[in-house]
Design a binder for this molecule. Structure first.
Ligand code: FE2
Length: 584
């Protein structure tokens, strides 16, 4: 039985296909359309999922959607009626059912799943736990912004929650906006910036968010106004802080870092209080987290370590993309919802491309390459040697990751030892803010030597203290922590071998791992995306499955053409797929 889950029309649309509870494929639409956080109906992601199953839409047994449109619409209309100034609230949850039916050519029933239930399911049902407390925290679903759940066997029971307009996710987005970054997009920049500041405004911000030991929290709507103010705050926030909002693109000054640090502390203390409340309600030792706030790895780590829970699973696609998976799981019958094989050990759920097709592509485009087909150890040794010599590598291998993190399938890899590598990547390749840290990957069995772990971290969504910051200068954040990925040999064998080989050469089996994309673009999906990104960056090597391209040998005219996508794709004779899709 096939179940298709859809998240769409708000932010980071995605599709996920289950076969009797097991995930066949899951992907975000942005990866195919190259529009970051694409909110369109994910027709490309659906097409990929169906291809993965060798199925058409007619073979799908159940369709699940990640929210209940009439409830969302009621909230949007409620909000619109109360907004007296500024741009009108867009009521987007209209005609959703008709748009889904038309867009997907679907004639059967549609399971509309409560948004927070979909988030909770996306974590609990793939956690491997059979009795767990679940916290969901995001900007807003239909009405919910924070919810408590108890998962037991196939059942997921809602224990309580906080409703709009009180919202921890919107609070953090509001500070993101105040600091001149894009809300609902750049929150991770605020998290990175926070480590450079002191929480001197913590008391002021905490007063705006009152924690209630039983029910959650309430907000001071005289300052934080998520109903009427498009940015989420009124002018009196600047008076309270004594600092005006930073203009986008303006200088980042120490007091901006202090505001970020203060908002981060408030977030952490609130999540801690929510976990306390949850553990009092359910005396379980296992915890699951989901919702956009769970992408804040620092809050996850701080709150979990202070809590009574002993094990934690955070859905790697904690944002709305993950609700495509969660909604699909909710539409499954109870007996397949918790199928033993559905434990999420990795996020490699997207498309893969084989070396023969890539070789054809490179040959057609006139790109010279070294061919390591049938010689895995050869390519691993060569890439590890190049990394040890300080070269940077675009690493494209296996199925693309689901969720925002690159985990060794679509990654940029580099030597983590010298701090200078971080600056080089920031200024020449990623073109991003210098305060944003890079993360390390390490073989699971070697992780404890370099990081104070105590638990594995396969999804890079948790934070740990670096034991030897002087050895890992490029991946140690200013506060001595790192967002570690532990790599399991059975789950990602080639990536694991690469780490081992780099360790054999350098004594440090750790690599700097960052997503394979340029600033403000989605992570690459296809070999064409990877090649084009490679040509527009200063990366030294591109490893496309078993084939290795050296930047020095790429014809100059191709590199020039890569700056214009259409010219590049057409000129190189590369075809990314048609514009029109049929599901039959
Ligand atoms: Fe959400």
């Amino acid at each position: 039985m096939l179940t298709l889950g859809i998240s769409a029309y708000y932010h980071d649309s995605a599709a996920c296909l289950l076969s009797d509870g097991l995930v066949l494929g899951a992907a975000q639409e942005e990866r195919f359309t190259r529009r970051k956080y694409d909110a369109a109906l994910p027709v490309n992601a659906v097409r990929y999922c169906l291809e993965q199953a060798g199925a058409t839409i007619a073979d799908v047994d159940r369709l699940a959607f990640y929210e209940v449109p009439r409830h969302k619409r009621a909230r949007q209309e409620w909000q619109a009626a109360r907004r007296t100034e500024g741009p009108a609230v867009r009521v987007t949850a209209q005609d959703t059912e008709a748009r889904l039916r038309d867009g997907l050519q679907w004639t059967g029933d549609i399971h509309f799943v409560d948004h927070h239930r979909a988030h909770a399911a996306s974590a609990y049902y793939v956690s491997g736990f059979d009795d767990a407390a679940v916290l969901v925290c995001d900007a807003v679903g239909e009405w919910d912004t924070t919810t408590f759940w108890h998962g037991q066997g196939p059942e997921l029971t809602r224990l309580g929650g906080v409703r709009f307009p009180d919202s921890l996710g919107l609070f953090y987005s509001c500070v993101t906006s105040y600091l001149g970054y894009r809300p609902n997009s750049d929150e991770y920049k605020v998290m990175g910036l926070a480590s450079y500041g002191k929480p001197v405004y913590g008391a002021i911000l905490q007063k705006l968010l009152e924690i209630d030991a039983d029910s959650g929290f309430t907000m001071d709507t005289r300052v934080l106004d998520f109903i009427s103010e498009p940015e989420g705050y009124r002018a009196n926030l600047a008076e309270l802080l004594g600092i005006p909002a930073r203009r986008p693109g303006g200088l980042v000054l120490p007091h901006h870092a202090d505001i970020a640090a203060s908002a981060q502390v408030v977030l952490e203390s609130t999540v801690s209080a929510l976990l306390d409340s949850l553990s009092r309600q359910r005396r379980t030792t296992d915890l699951c987290l989901a919702g956009g706030v769970a992408l804040n790895c620092r809050a996850n780590a701080v709150a979990f370590e202070a809590s009574a829970f002993t094990r934690m699973f955070v859905q790697p696609a904690a944002g709305d993309a993950g609700t495509a998976l969660g909604a699909a799981l909710c539409a499954e019958p109870p007996e397949t919802r918790t199928a033993a094989g559905s434990v999420m050990r990795h996020a490699y759920l997207g498309p893969r491309y084989d070396s023969d097709a890539i070789a054809e592509l490179l040959t057609g485009a006139g790109v010279p390459f070294r061919d390591f087909r049938n010689d895995e150890q050869g390519i691993v040794n060569t890439v590890a040697g190049a990394l040890a010599a300080g070269r940077t590598v675009g690493w494209f291998h296996g199925r693309m990751e689901f969720g925002p993190r690159a985990l060794g399938a679509r990654s940029i890899l580099a030597d983590p030892r010298e701090e200078g590598m971080r600056d080089r990547l920031n200024s020449k390749i990623k073109w991003r803010e210098e305060f944003r840290p890079f993360a390390p990957a390490v073989p699971e069995e070697r992780a404890e030597e370099f990081f104070a772990m105590g638990r594995t971290s396969p999804f890079m969504i948790d934070l740990f203290r670096v034991r030897q910051p002087d050895v890992l200068g490029a991946v140690t954040h200013v506060d001595g922590t790192a967002r570690v990925q532990t790599v399991n040999a059975a789950v990602a064998p080639r990536y694991h071998r690469l780490l081992q080989r780099f360790g054999a050469l350098t004594g440090v089996p750790v690599l700097l791992n960052t997503s394979f994309n340029l600033s403000d673009e989605p992570v690459v999906c296809t070999p064409v995306d990877a090649l084009r990104t490679f040509l527009r960056s200063s990366l030294d090597l591109l490893c496309l499955e078993d084939l290795l391209v050296d930047a020095a040998s790429v014809p100059a005219e191709l590199r020039e053409a890569a700056t214009e996508e259409h010219r590049f794709v057409a000129g190189a004779g590369l075809q990314q797929g048609g514009e029109l899709y049929s599901f039959f």
